[in-house]
Design a binder for this molecule. Sequence first.
Ligand SMILES: Cc1ncc(COP(=O)(O)O)c(C=O)c1O
Length: 414
Amino acid sequence: MNYLEAADPQVADLIQKETQRQALVLRMIPSENYASDAVLAACGSILANKYSEGYPKARYYQGQEFIDGVESLAQERARDLFGAEHANVQPYSGSPANMAVYLGLLGKTGRVMGMDLAAGGHLTHGAKASFSGTYYDVRHYGLQRDSGMIDYDAARQLALEFRPQMIFTGASSFPRIIDFAAFGEIAREVGAYLIADISHISGLCISGDHPHPFPHVDVITFTTHKLLRGPRGGMILCSQELAPKIDKAVFPGLQGGPHDQTTAAIAVALKEAASPEYSQYCHQVVKNAAALAQGLLDRDFTLVTGGTDNHLALIDCGANGLTGKVLAEACEAAGIVANANKIPFDPRPANDPSGFRLGTPALTSRGMKEAEMDLIAGLVAQVAANMNDASALANIKEMVADLCAGFPAPGIHL
Ligand SMILES: Cc1ncc(COP(=O)(O)O)c(C=O)c1O
């Protein structure tokens, strides 16, 4: 930071302010976290200076003796950690990773099934607004209206009628276990590739808090910057058989040179994730989400599916006469930062939906536990009761800052 302050005080000042913000607020967007100092160091290293199109030992530029070592290490650690035959660690992020799977396994067009955005799926699982719903013929499976759980029978029926070539599973805002084995049966029955996008739950699949997608799926994709606590990036895991198709789709199909500094930081994050402490962390993420959900239920909030099995909870704000957006904005004024979100069968539009999505990965990285989650549920209730009272919200923000001061965040140095 000293170099940056001297060279560019404006950028340094903005980073300093964002550092303060990340220290002093409760960061509860379920897809965010705190990367360690070691991950940040690798990510900000001189590896950013290098170009290395291609793969280890098959590059299009010279000078790769150490870069090959970095990428090979990241691949090896990913294979070991997830029990995969092959790892591609080059996707620039989660969406490009998913795009590479479409391109590699289907080519330019094809029939795909994915979970609906409103049901908790991701844009890249076939939403019309994304490349996936624009170029591919997509049908969505969804949830049972009464329970909010995935409707596997309806998904199977749809698959039998539609005969997809590829089925995407995984979610951005689904608070329950995904039955990869059930999807595996459906995919085999119709001869479709099965993909698990575990961006949100990658860590839980490592720690055993969520069933592992292998051996039920053909391909796993995920972002490296959510629960995994790595840099912003993406990864694809698959069999040796599918590896050439996937690798060719990533490079040269979609990307040029890999971001070697990111690859190094991914390698560091994978080493951290292989430790017993990381599994403990994931167990605590789940326990904290359960405590948060219970705390919210105790205070008369309504949760989609009535609770959670993973790292997030989704409030149906309509039951409290609110929308997700107004609650998200009032919570932000009180130092609780999460996001408005669609809920299943949401009658409201995406820019002002009914849901408010809260997650525990970042708070758990600060060392918070069940007692703090109950306290935070109480603070959210106080916000909901004082939506238009700026001074009440400011008071809550002070309480939040006091709470945060007791739980220093990894990688944050004030
Ligand atoms: C399930 C899932 N897949 C893919 C992505 C896309 O990741 P990125 O924003 O890095 O492109 C996300 C992002 O939130 C996600 O939740």
